[in-house]
Design a protein around this ligand. Sequence first.
Ligand SMILES: Cc1ncc(COP(=O)(O)O)c(C=O)c1O
Length: 492
Amino acid sequence: MTDPSTPQMPEAPETPDLPDLPGAAEPAAAPDASFASDNVAGVAPEILESLARIGGGTALPYGDDPVTARLADVVRAEFGARAEVLPVFNGTGANVVALQALLPRWGAAICARQAHINTDEGAAPERLGSLKLLPRPTADGKLTVDDVDAERRATGFVHAAQPLAVSLTESTEVGTVYTPAEIAAVAERAHAAGMGVHLDGARLANAAAALGVGLGELTAAGVDVVSLGGTKNGAMAAEAVVVIDPDRVAGVDYIRKYSMQLASKQRYVSAQLLELFGTDLWRRNAERANAQAARLGRRLAEIDGIRLSRPTEVNAVFPEIDAAILAELRRRYLVHTWDAAADGTPVARLMCSFDTRDEQIDELVETARRASAAPGAAELTPSVGWSRDDSRPSGFRDGRRRRTSGAALPSRPRRASGAVPHRSGRASACAHAPRGAGRGDPRAVAPGSLRRRAARRGARSRDDARPSLAESPGPRRPSIPQPARRRLRARP
Ligand SMILES: Cc1ncc(COP(=O)(O)O)c(C=O)c1O
């Protein structure tokens, strides 16, 4: 069923089959990830064409090329005459570079608890940026002047990291949108308190399209530095740090370099951003993603057992879905749950992108509709997804491990706790010595003493005579639990 009000995209080509690799294991059947994130989309054809257009040839590296120069003009026209653009590879990198440039070493950044920098960047701002985040609880992902006031109390207190920046996300991680007036209010209060203002704009285009404003209109009200998103809107590993007020940031060029976000062949990153922001592609793609999400939300809300937890403002839909329907959906789709309603009903996050097709929406809605008509059918069936409200992967919820797909979970090799596996499959003799203990090192255990110890323990075989690492003398690293494979899937 095609909704005539939705702007149409050319048919997306099928993903080509990849050649079989000799000896490769049969891949597990993957769940349909079409609505798991807007990152699942491919690259917009216009962007691929722009790359083909600039083609080969020679150009100066590291941004001293004509394409980056043209991008700089486009960015100045949009974000103000003093704006500087620094293309980077990804959104986490943009955030880490921007926040470091905004903060001194003693600084901290106020952010929403739900902020991507706080929840989904592997603590990169803290680890790589050496800065502190001050997460604030919010109902809708948006900070207010009250959050600035609450944290500014630490200003001047020598024992506290100094709140010297505010980081907003536009649109937010929970699909809400700050109006320009809301951004202006927070920015004004932040500046008055001596803080800089960062905007994580991984989905700035979606917010601007939803509000019917230009990108620069969202930042004009006091944003100092923006992480400008391209990847979710059709680019391929292309984002940018856009400095709007150079007086409030320091050393951003150097920080980008040591943060490993400076591309040598930068013209290919710049070309993508130029295609997006030098034309109306950013708006067309964002409008389409938003419109598809609105359509998906409308259709889901018509189904018994599904309610929208909040209005669909941009390209993310947050439906409360009765558990049995959700389980049925998860038999086929990768569905992340984001939250839980007051009565415990899971709140899922479904995202649309610029190339979400009508038929994909129809199929998901039909799957949900059938599940709603036959409640209970999906109980105890395999399910896939990641749940923010439940720190365990969803497959563990009913207390026993369930499979995510047709393929059996690989069984873990059993071994004595702490023993170092050897290529032969046996515990390595290196396990006798602590890390770094070489031949002749007094910390290394002599084979004779091992035998004596084993004899005391009543060991039955030579192999048993080898102590496990847990029993070996000297310091050792605690074993690091490996994340369950399923936890690594998809998001954010
Ligand atoms: C709000 C927000 N910021 C930044 C990012 C960028 O992350 P990445 O480093 O995966 O490009 C994302 C990606 O999901 C995001 O949702």
